[in-house]
Design a binder for this molecule. Sequence first.
Ligand SMILES: [Cu+2]
Length: 208
Amino acid sequence: MNGEGTGSLDPKGPNAESIADTWWLMLGLGVAVFVLFAVLLGVGLFRRGRTGEAAPSERRWIVGGGVLLPVVVLVVVFGSTVAAMRTLSEDAPPGALVVEVTGHQWFFEVDYPAEGVSTVGELHLPVGQPVEFHLTSADVIHSFWVPELGGKMDMLPDGVNVLVLEADEPGEWGTQCAEFCGLEHATMRLTVVAETPADFAAWIERQQ
Ligand SMILES: [Cu+2]
């Protein structure tokens, strides 16, 4: 339970899971089409060469492999993408925990406004409930990304971006700013700790 996980392919929340599902689906389809293509190419190479117009049976392969197959693959991937986008854009329920994360050159400021708690470089959240992150920046554009929990979102100096994330199980993951933001960008780290609601409440109390 420490340091780096295996990132976005080791999802620990519903958002990251829907993204990972789409990724595996695309990999699976890509491998299947590649293998099919390689087998057909091999068959074609070893068959005796012929010239002239394509026979009707050959035209079926062209229409099937050149039109129908890509259409089916794209429709399936599109459906999976739309489903993932729906999951990612779900609002947090009223009363959800609000965490403000502000990018600075070069650190993350994390504020819990309702609880009156602030930290630098350390983000705690309770598991099993959607948390609403308000992302902004004090200077240049930074980017907030916890691969184990979900998608990446920019932190802009002239506005607040809202990102809802949920952790399914306790864990601790290291991440860092995902947008080059100056000389010490690489040292702009964030430790993310997902813990049971009781542990989270105790942590908040200690910070207060
Ligand atoms: Cu940054």
